[in-house]
Design a protein around this ligand. Structure first.
Ligand code: RIB
Ligand code: CA
Length: 329
């Protein structure tokens, strides 16, 4: 394990809950199939789907992958601010989504992702990078519980936010930050080393149904599961976004953890809109120095991704995820 980058994946995996964005599970497969990474654990957070469903989906995926040795923990079940009625309502509605994986209730420590984050990171100061591909509720809760946590992290690579483009869940905000603005605000104020992989680059990535059908032809159980679990999302995207495809948001963030050279990163001061208005959850990125000067924003607190080498990313994804699902060695 010498030289491997130690990571913990914080995720809201919906592959297994029909109608949820299934993409986290591709990112988890990418991480587990990348020799550059050592996955010290997976923590599940509320977001795409309730954490109870996400935990069951992750448990099912690890079993399919033969990787049940990876520590898996269920985390915080609600956004930090219970008064965020729209976000709480989003989650409530997803308790009714049809589940194609068996619901599993974690026991003991497996139901306590925040303690796992604290224990693992504080035991190895400066060694662990968090790759967050869901809302930041677990991470922010850990930061609130221990002032040592943020400064003990090697860094955080986040799928989240926008630097210059429009939002996705709302015209202003990207989903992960929108689903828990207070949590995102805590993380950006924490002083941790932050890399923000936002919609500016994630929206340049695409996965099409034909690609999933192709890798499912190998007839593996994993392929059949991925085919069944992604089909409803492709339909939702066709109806909602006008094209039958999905963006590989979380896999791109995972790929950036593996190879930051995949994207062009700019130093920025990022702040989160935590008001109740229409821009709630928006990430405001002052990556242009003159804007930091005009608005008196202090030194930078993050690096934001503005451009991406899409073909290089897609080759990596094809080899380590689609090829893997298709049974290629
Ligand atoms: O906005 C994209 C993010 O929301 C991704 O992490 C996707 O999985 C959903 O959680
Ligand atoms: Ca996600």
């Amino acid at each position: 394990m010498l030289g491997r980058m130690r990571i913990i994946i914080d995720t809201d995996p919906a592959m297994g809950t029909l109608g949820g964005d299934p993409e986290d599970c591709f990112a988890i497969m990418l991480a587990l199939n990348s020799p550059e990474l050592r996955v010290d654990g997976i923590t599940v957070v509320q977001g795409n789907v309730p954490a109870e469903k996400g935990y069951s989906n992750a448990r099912h995926l690890l079993k399919l992958l033969g990787r049940e040795e990876v520590p898996l923990r269920r985390g915080v079940l609600r956004p930090m601010n219970p008064e965020r009625k729209i976000q709480v309502g989003w989650l409530e509605r997803r308790y009714g989504a049809r589940q194609i994986t068996e619901m599993v209730e974690p026991e003991g420590e497996e139901a306590d992702a925040v303690s796992f984050l604290l224990e693992t990171v504080l035991a190895s100061p400066g060694e662990i990078t968090l790759v967050t591909i869901g809302p930041l509720t677990n991470v922010a809760t850990a930061m609130q519980r221990s002032p040592e946590f943020a400064r003990s992290l090697k860094g955080i690579v986040m799928m989240g936010g926008t630097a210059e483009c429009a939002g996705n869940i709302s015209p202003a905000a990207e989903f992960n930050y929108w689903q828990d603005p207070e949590a995102a605000d805590i993380v950006f104020r924490s002083g941790a080393d932050l890399t923000m992989v936002g919609l500016d680059v994630c929206h340049q990535t695409h996965l099409y149904p034909e690609q999933v059908q192709e890798c499912a032809r190998a007839g593996t159980g994993l392929g059949a599961f991925v085919l069944e679990a992604t089909a409803p999302w492709f339909e939702i995207m066709a109806a909602g976004a006008g094209s039958e495809m999905l963006h590989l948001y979380d896999s791109l963030a995972m790929a950036v953890a593996i190879d930051p050279g995949l994207v062009t990163l700019e130093a920025s001061f990022v702040e989160i809109e935590v008001g109740e208005g229409p821009a709630q959850g928006m990430s405001v990125s002052y990556h242009k120095p003159f804007q930091r000067t005009i608005f008196g924003r202090p030194a930078t607190n993050a690096r934001v991704a503005l451009e991406v080498a899409v073909e290089t990313f897609e080759e990596l994804f094809q080899k380590r995820v689609l090829g893997f699902i298709g049974g290629e060695s």
